[in-house]
Design a protein. Structure first.
Length: 158
């Protein structure tokens, strides 16, 4: 019988700072939650904003980097495997938790935002050229284009 495969990609904002803990084996684990918003049109024609919350579990090197760079409000893209757990809360009520075991994540947003500069953690790799394990690189400022550059549309080739 064929094995199943579960893969999710989520983009959202951290609802709280990451929490670091350690497994009995000594491996680090970081847990945090992200809020994923969406907008839909209601039956009355008005827009309704909805938010889903997901618990994210990062292990080993991903956990160390998440603990170091992520903070409440950071925008992040998370890739991983979906895991749905049912448990009984302290109040005796049966609950369901939707979790993602993170394979890799990418911090979104600029350095000035809570997002942290485009650093991507994918199994120890780095994308985006914004941060390295050894330190930060300076981001190059964008040159402002003046409106006069767009005044003459006679040169447009189409």
């Amino acid at each position: 019988m064929a094995r199943g495969y579960s893969r999710v990609i989520l983009v959202g904002n951290l609802g709280r700072d990451p929490e670091m803990r350690y497994l009995p084996s000594g491996d680090p684990v970081v847990n945090f939650t992200i809020a994923v918003g969406r907008r839909r049109r209601g039956t009355d024609g008005n827009w309704i904003d909805e938010t889903d919350w997901f618990r994210i579990n990062c292990f080993r090197r991903n956990a160390e980097i998440a603990d170091q760079y992520l903070k409440k409000g950071s925008q992040v893209l998370v890739e991983g495997q979906l895991q749905i757990r049912q448990y009984t809360g302290n109040d005796g009520v049966e609950r369901t938790s939707v979790e993602v075991n993170c394979d890799n994540f990418t911090m979104l947003g600029s350095r000035d935002d809570a997002g942290g500069g485009g650093f991507s953690q994918a199994g120890g790799g780095q994308r985006g050229g914004q941060r390295t394990e050894g330190g930060d690189q300076q981001a190059q400022p964008r040159k402002e284009q003046k409106d006069e550059d767009f005044d003459d549309f006679d040169d447009v080739p189409f």
